[in-house]
Design a protein around this ligand. Structure first.
Ligand code: CA
Length: 252
């Protein structure tokens, strides 16, 4: 963790000019936060992109996490052919990636995610899903694995946004759907582009490093706090945040 949670909260409140910090909603990224699904995504991308003859490394897809499929495909084609992808190429490659993804064994719920989501609900906060994913298989699983937690009205998916992370649009949409201001919410993210999007939206952003990316990249992206995994955050970090925010209305 490194940083003192109370100090970080105070700094954020000072920056935003708020006292107390009235937390009303927690915005959750999905892949790599609620589901341990990034291994499947990176493997599916690697197989699809290799299958169409474009050289790539599986690891690089962890760095593109959170971006739209179009952005990822344009990035790969620019490198390979010096041009952006046609609309047809985007559809074909994303379909192929989705096919490989759906052939893989179902990703498990991230350890710690259920405990965290339950605490959010019990504290009377609104849980909001904000994902760049358009994978209907995983979206459908949300209700089975986290029953009664995420309401469709407060979900932001690939179908709701034009610009993916690191653009703040997905998180701004999440605030809008939850009916809260940027200073009344927190974000739980695992990817550098997602952290950048959260910070750009002016929201307190907590990174959980559930993948192979070095911690520094999440901190450089602007994460307010960093935890090594969801369990540590759910069992230690989040209860501490709730305690600090309820003590005299904020961290001093
Ligand atoms: Ca993610």
């Amino acid at each position: 963790m490194g940083k003192d949670i109370a100090d970080v909260l105070s700094t954020f409140m000072e920056k935003k000019g708020i006292h107390p910090f009235c937390l009303k909603a927690v915005l959750f990224d999905m892949d790599g936060v609620l589901f341990d699904s990034m291994k499947n995504h990176t493997l599916a991308w690697y197989k699809a992109v290799t299958a169409v003859g474009i050289p790539c490394e599986r690891e690089e897809f962890y760095h593109y996490e959170g971006a739209t499929a179009k952005w990822t495909i344009d990035t790969l084609l620019r490198r390979a052919y010096g041009r952006e992808a046609t609309e047809e190429e985007v559809i074909q490659l994303y379909d192929l990636k989705s096919k490989y993804f759906n052939e893989l064994p179902e990703a498990v719920v991230m350890p710690g995610a259920r405990i965290l989501v339950q605490q959010v609900k019990e504290a009377g906060l609104t849980p909001v899903l904000v994902t760049g994913s358009g994978q209907r298989s995983l979206l459908g699983r949300l209700e089975r694995e986290f029953p009664g937690i995420f309401a469709p009205e407060t979900m932001v998916t690939a179908f709701d946004v034009k610009r993916g992370k690191p653009d703040p649009e997905p998180y701004c949409k999440g605030l809008e759907k939850a009916g809260v201001a940027s200073y009344e919410a927190m974000i739980v993210e695992n990817a550098p582009l997602g952290v950048k999007a959260g910070v750009a939206a002016g929201i307190f952003t907590i990174a959980v490093n559930t993948g192979p990316i070095p911690d520094e990249q999440l901190l450089e992206a602007g994460a307010d706090l960093l935890f090594p995994d969801m369990q540590t955050f759910a069992q230690g970090g989040f209860p501490e945040i709730l305690r600090l925010l309820s003590d005299d209305g904020g961290a001093e």
